[in-house]
Ligand binder design. Sequence first.
Ligand code: BMA
Length: 405
Amino acid sequence: MNARFLRRSAALIFALGLITACSDQPQTDTDTPDTVDPRYTLVDPNASDATRALQRNLWSLTGEALLFGHQDSLAYGVTWFADPLRSDVHDVTGAFPAVYGWELGNLALGHEQNLDGVNFANMQEWIRTGFRQGSIITLGWHMTSPVTGEDAWVRQPTVEHIIPGGAHHDALKAYLDTLADFVRTLTFEDDVGQEQLIPIIFRPWHEHNGDWFWWGKGHVSERDFITLWRFTVNYLRDEKGLNNLLYAFSPDRSRTDLANFEQDYFYAYPGDDYVDILGFDNYWDLGHASNTTPTEQQMADFVQSLDALGRIAAERQKLTALTEAGQDTLTDANFYTERFLPGFLATDNTRRMVYTLVWRNANRDKEERDHFYAPYPDHPAAADFVDFYEHPFTRFNDGLPPLYQ
Ligand code: BMA
């Protein structure tokens, strides 16, 4: 019996367990409403069945498994670009990611490709493919400024001009309309032949506690950021009627003081009613080039940050995830099993991270540089990544229970 077979069997047993667990519950219309268990409360009370199922299934996996995600995984790898159904993760492990991250930067400009050269029509097809595989889709957005059209990294006061009452508020709405149009094409037919939208974890306005994006600290007040976030949710949910979004909040570790974690984490937090997943982006503790802290201490810091986040998430009854992470170019050949995984396994709280997403494997020829977070075949970190894949706590696509039922 090979490892993958064992993982598939484990997924099946898990799924059967869920069915058995469900059959113990009353099944009538007079069931206790979902709202009674605060864990199942969603930002969108009218979320679609598949979206609710995804959220519940993520709860079932919490503490049991870490789902592995990769940005742009099907679009390109270090040595290939837009090949049919290919991923560096699959090239190395034989399995696709459990979570696919995609990026909308430049969508609102009407470009055919996103800011990293990914064709949007292809992206829509890859999103459908990933969903059909049973994996999770998450969207982020390095949004150009609705005021000037400059990229996300322009460090200028912008938010005050685009929130309600601002002179460029209509431009923000027009931008969000492009997201709604994009998302509406992402459908599937459910068991009763109804067309439903593919559930998506949307992660707007990420790393807002850093100063590198126009929506970041220093270019916007805490109050205006919260207004921006709430407007975004209200608009997509109530005006555009999107019922397939789970909203993830994701500050950055490099601007979070571990001694003051809770206070820093909740900088400009829009509130529990506006957030489904407490996320966190952490490259800093994983050997970031600018971090001069000794490795041992970084590893301890990594655990401390995940532990603090897991504790907060448990208290607030929220799902939690390491929404962006990784080590650029994998200089540690044993990064995945000796540095990354131990952080998630360390405590009951760290084990609550239900997924993680490592960043993209930039195409070497197109971008003329090395910038990757998952190994590719023959890379020195490839063997270790296979061990990570085979570890009982990790899940790739082939180890997932059904997530949308
Ligand atoms: C960054 C880098 C950039 C990229 C951006 C959006 O972290 O990978 O090269 O353009 O993400 O994907």
